[in-house]
Design a protein around this ligand. Structure first.
Ligand SMILES: Cc1cc2nc3c(=O)[nH]c(=O)nc-3n(C[C@H](O)[C@H](O)[C@H](O)COP(=O)(O)O)c2cc1C
Ligand SMILES: Nc1ncnc2c1ncn2[C@@H]1O[C@H](COP(=O)(O)OP(=O)(O)OP(=O)(O)O)[C@@H](O)[C@H]1O
Ligand SMILES: [Mg+2]
Length: 513
């Protein structure tokens, strides 16, 4: 069988492993279900083309095992025994459509054309046929892969069948390695700069493959397999806007723009430090207080600073609570390859998603630490599936990780934190990743009056100025009492502080830095 031979004879170890695993999944499926009970969902895309050829090889090997006679040698595995379904749509590219029909003719595929939406089409298919499992070319990283395993029952509300995803863990590079090594035909659009193909309404060529003439007069596109690292496979798909880091607001309206937020709106953040060393008292957390200052400077109120243990459940519990209480959660510590680095996994757990290989992140790590972090062994390249957005900045060797309203910072000291914060703010200015508010202003006054004397007038003042934070603290038991006024409006702060001063003798309060 030519596919099996080509892969076995190639010298790409990673491809061989991926191939063997996919064939294993296919053979398990064929052991569980009869050939009449399975179907291939084929749409002429690159992933389903890979799947088609894997199934051709898998069926051949399965038959060979069943017959124990070296397979169906007469036709070299050319007749395709699995029912194949194609959901034909008016909005598919004509090249995709014609490639699908050509493939059916070339490989003797008996193809059922369905002209209904996926769900109704599958309902009709299952009513008329004993189908129990459907092979799909879904890969981790596809929006529809979230939560799926290699064998995943169809979702509630869908007709009952098993979704079988033999190439779930394949990367973009694996797909192209397979198509090129096995020398099979694929849709011509992939040679014209398309890297992932949806409908004609949401797909354009991938701009990263564009080559222009020196005078800018003509543009050409390189083939899809030359997209070096695969992390920008979907750059040719019409992008949904990245959500603002703003949990409470985005649940009200996803489209809240910076300018729509008046200075009266209050955004709150919480800070989570992960580190047993802080709880043991061996290390002091300087980053937490630094972040409080920084958040204040962009007008965010900090509602909580927590230190948790290096433990998935502790992190998950803290993140879960704060992500729904606050507009943004900043978390740092516990990031890396050590056994104690569980922060990212804790964030995944808080959102109820699993950790999945992130090709884009893996690429960054590869550039940073070279081949030491290789292939599927690279645990640092596992990120929360389906909710991760990488925030790129040229000053950052590795992008920041954002999971909805949780931002994971990799800083380990104040210098690194300074740099990451500055990048975050630049990103906020250029693409609204984070809402920048009017900064807080504050005034502090010291007094030698006693707490008892000040207490009542101060409570009255709080009721009078609910838009201000009015607080008091002592630097020592004997020393002066410090009264603080924090808010967004300096004139309100001045009004409140004057009002307080007027209640006591002149000179009772003196402003301090
Ligand atoms: C054979 C097949 C089975 C599917 N099974 C499910 C399913 O169980 N649950 C689900 O939510 N979507 C299912 N889908 C739909 C896909 O997950 C996804 O919504 C669709 O591929 C997105 O394509 P679109 O962007 O063109 O709408 C299935 C699609 C196909 C082709
Ligand atoms: N119209 C369709 N008819 C049949 N199967 C489909 C259809 N659309 C999607 N599928 C199934 O869903 C899988 C995933 O689709 P997806 O668009 O991610 O991959 P692809 O089309 O194979 O490749 P590409 O990512 O380059 O578009 C396909 O491999 C196929 O199994
Ligand atoms: Mg597609």
């Amino acid at each position: 069988m030519e596919i099996d031979k080509a892969i076995r004879e190639c010298d790409d170890g990673r491809l061989k492993t991926k191939y063997n695993n996919a064939i294993y999944v296919i053979r398990r499926a064929l052991a569980l279900y009869s050939v009449q009970e399975v179907a291939l969902s084929f749409n002429g895309g690159k992933d389903s083309t890979v799947l088609l050829h894997l199934l051709r090889a898998g069926c051949f090997l399965h038959e060979a095992e069943e017959n124990n006679s070296g397979g169906n040698a007469a036709d070299g595995g050319k007749t395709f025994p699995i029912r194949t379904i194609y959901f034909e749509s008016q909005s598919a590219f004509p090249e995709i459509n014609s490639f699908t029909y050509e493939a059916a003719a070339t490989y003797n595929i008996q193809m059922d054309i369905i002209r209904l939406d996926f769900k109704s089409g599958l309902e009709a298919l299952l009513k008329a046929n004993p189908i129990r499992a459907i092979f799909l070319g879904v890969r981790i990283g596809d929006p529809t892969a979230v939560g799926q395993e290699q064998f995943s029952p169809s979702s509630p509300g869908w007709p009952p069948f098993m979704r079988v995803n033999p190439i779930l863990d394949w990367s973009y590079r694996d797909v192209w390695a397979f198509l090129l090594v096995s020398k099979v035909q694929y849709c011509s659009l992939y040679d014209q700069g398309y890297t992932s193909i949806g409908s004609i309404h949401d797909t354009v060529r991938n701009a990263l493959l564009c080559i222009r003439n020196s005078d800018n007069s003509e543009e050409k596109f390189k083939p899809a397999y030359l997209l070096a690292d695969g992390r920008l496979e979907r750059a040719g798909r019409v992008k949904k806007n990245s959500s603002l880091v703003c949990g409470k607001l985005s649940s009200i309206s996803n489209g809240v723009k910076m300018e729509n937020l008046n200075s009266g709106s209050m955004l709150t953040a919480s800070i989570i430090t992960v580190g047993d060393e802080i709880l043991f008292g061996t290390v002091e957390d300087k980053l937490g207080s630094m972040l409080c200052k920084k958040l204040h400077s962009i007008g965010w109120a900090v509602s909580r600073v927590a230190v948790t243990r290096n433990d998935i459940d502790s992190v998950a519990e803290e993140v879960e609570r704060q992500k729904s209480t606050d507009d943004m959660v900043l978390i740092f510590g516990g990031i890396g390859p050590l056994h104690s680095d569980v922060t990212v996994a804790g964030v995944a757990k808080a959102f109820g998603v699993r950790m999945a290989p992130d090709e884009e992140f893996e690429e960054h790590l590869r550039h940073l630490i070279g081949e030491k972090c290789s292939g599927d062994k690279n645990e640092m390249a596992l990120l929360p599936e389906g909710i991760t957005e990488l925030l790129h900045h040229e000053q950052l060797p590795v992008p920041l990780i954002k999971c909805h309203n949780v931002i994971i910072l990799t800083a380990t000291n104040v210098v690194e934190l300074d740099r990451q914060w500055d990048c975050l703010i630049e990103l906020a200015k250029s693409n609204g990743i984070l809402v920048l508010m009017d900064p807080f202003v504050s005034k502090c006054f010291a007094t030698t009056l006693s707490d008892v004397e000040v207490a009542q007038p101060l409570s009255k003042l709080c009721a009078q100025f609910p838009d201000l934070y009015i607080g008091g603290y002592r630097r020592s038991r004997e020393g002066p009492l410090v009264i603080t006024f924090e808010g967004k409006d300096l004139s309100r702060i001045e009004a409140a502080s004057q009002s307080l001063c007027q209640k006591f003798h002149a000179g009772a309060f003196s402003e301090i830095e």
